[in-house]
Ligand binder design. Structure first.
Ligand code: GLU
Length: 486
């Protein structure tokens, strides 16, 4: 029987949920869904100072918003819990006792100051800083003395000497390293809390994780982890280190490159479908040219074989292009909802929204949604529906309105619009057409001046849709406002 694939996402809840973390979660989720496996969510909160429940909540909410549902772990339970590392300290302790008993680990009583001084000396001598193993073979008397001094020990892993360690990475080639370069490293801090490299190994092994898919940043940690797997006699999972995410300038993604957290994108009115589609392409390449994939299609198409090892570039323009696709497909009600906070902030609407105003807004948004990449951009386009004090956008627009035919066109349109009831796109279209016929003018001589009279601009949204949304009275008032400025 084929072994069930078990992957995990193991974030540290130490701040806003970064887009890179979401990409790791997504790749694991896609693999689990594709292979009919399980995704486990584990919270790695051993950094007690920086870990917060707020951040954990934010990670979970962001994952759920993206549609990345986990099968086991935090909030879900499962056979291998608890799934928060600070609740697993007893488990780690048991294994530490075993390692200490077998001599594969030992207590180290060196103080921070002593270690710093040692490092400094090594650097002054041009050596690579490393732990020299001073506490490796302490005599019972030395140990007694340190204990009597009240020193709190760390636990160090005794790195075996002269070993060539080799592991296969699903994304990279075979990785190999020498154990001699590693140096005995701390696995449990003096406060009894295990370090990441140790806890992660025990958790992945005990939770029966088969594939560890994570960011390339962790590749340098893997040798230590492999040594620990071997010392503990635990089977190695398959590792897959997915590429770094770089900004467009090819430096590591950071705040300088704009929004970096999932929540920021959510608040700007990006859609989860767009973010997921975009993130999937950060390091994974579909077989064909097509770049638009919904979640189901991604699950079908995804494979680790097509995950590249060279850095992925976070191209916001591409994100916007992809998201625009999903914005177009979304309901105007949804986009309106997402745009509301931005419309309020920009002063277009107040806190309260009457039903009529909301209905109107939804229609306006429907008109605009083909022009935006994310909901907040509505504010850049919606002004035409609010501002009745019309001005010429430029001299060219002004010139057009000085044409000898303009007064006739304006009069005809105003008269016909005044008589129109209800004002609907087809009816507006009909009156514009009738004016071209009656005045024997080309379409351009009618449509563009009417548009300029109503918006001040030569180009823009579909005129016949715009007019019903602005309404008869306001349209007529706008025309008078602009005509007075010719
Ligand atoms: N807690 C680690 C992180 O957030 C997880 C690393 C791993 O996946 O092993 O970076």
């Amino acid at each position: 029987m084929k072994q069930e694939l078990r992957v995990r996402f193991a974030p540290s809840p130490t701040g806003p949920f970064h887009i890179g973390g979401a990409r790791s979660a997504l790749f694991n989720w896609l693999l689990a869904r594709k292979e009919g496996g399980k995704l486990i969510l584990r919270i790695e909160d051993t950094d007690l100072e920086r870990s917060t429940r707020e951040s954990e909540e934010n990670i979970k909410a962001s994952l759920r918003w993206l549609g990345i549902e986990w099968d086991e772990g935090i909030d879900m339970g499962g056979e291998y819990g608890p799934y928060r590392q600070t609740e697993r300290l007893d488990i780690y302790r048991q294994y530490t006792q075993k390692l200490l008993a077998s001599g594969q680990a030992y207590y180290c009583y060196c103080s921070e100051e002593e270690l710093d001084a040692e490092r400094q000396r090594q650097m002054d001598n041009g050596e690579n800083p490393h732990y020299t193993g001073r506490c490796r073979d302490l005599s019972p008397a030395d140990r007694e003395r340190f204990i009597a001094e009240g020193r709190k020990p760390t636990v160090r892993f005794r790195v075996p000497e002269n070993q060539q360690i080799v592991f296969k990475d699903m994304v990279r080639e075979t990785v190999s390293f020498e154990s001699n370069g590693v140096g005995d490293f701390v696995i449990v801090k003096s406060d009894g809390i295990p370090v990441y490299n140790y806890a992660v190994v025990l958790d992945d092994a005990l939770m029966k994780i088969t594939h560890v898919i994570r960011a390339e940043e962790h590749l340098s940690n893997t040798p230590r982890q492999v040594l620990l797997y071997q010392a503990l006699g635990l089977p190695l999972p398959q590792f897959g280190h997915i590429s770094l995410i770089l900004g467009k300038d090819r430096t590591k993604m950071s705040k300088r490159h704009g929004a970096t957290s999932v929540e920021q994108y959510k608040n700007l009115g990006y859609l989860p479908e767009g973010i997921v589609n975009f993130l999937a392409l950060l390091g994974w390449a579909p077989a064909g040219e097509e770049e638009i994939f919904n979640q189901e299609e991604l699950i079908q198409a995804f494979s680790m074989e097509r995950v590249a090892k060279n850095p992925a570039v976070f191209d916001v323009d591409k994100l916007n292009y992809i998201n625009a696709h999903y914005i177009k497909q979304a309901s105007p009600e949804l986009i309106t909802e997402l745009a509301l906070p931005h419309l309020r902030e920009a002063g277009f609407i107040g806190e309260e929204l009457a039903t009529k105003q909301r209905e109107w807004l939804v229609k306006v948004v429907a008109e605009l949604q083909g022009y935006i990449s994310y909901a907040a951009q509505i504010t850049e386009h919606i002004g035409v529906f609010f501002n009745d004090d019309i001005n010429f956008e430029n001299e060219e627009a002004h010139e057009i309105m000085k044409d000898a035919d303009i007064p006739k066109v304006m009069e005809a349109f105003k008269t016909k619009l005044t008589a129109l009831d209800p004002v609907e796109p087809a009816a507006v279209q009909a009156i514009l057409k009738s004016i071209t016929k009656e005045l024997k003018l080309g379409g351009k001589k009618v449509y563009m001046p009417v548009r300029i009279a109503i918006t001040g601009k030569m180009h823009g949204l579909e005129l016949i849709n715009l007019i019903p949304l602005i309404g008869k009275e306001r349209t007529l008032a706008r025309m008078d406002c602009l005509i007075a400025k010719i």
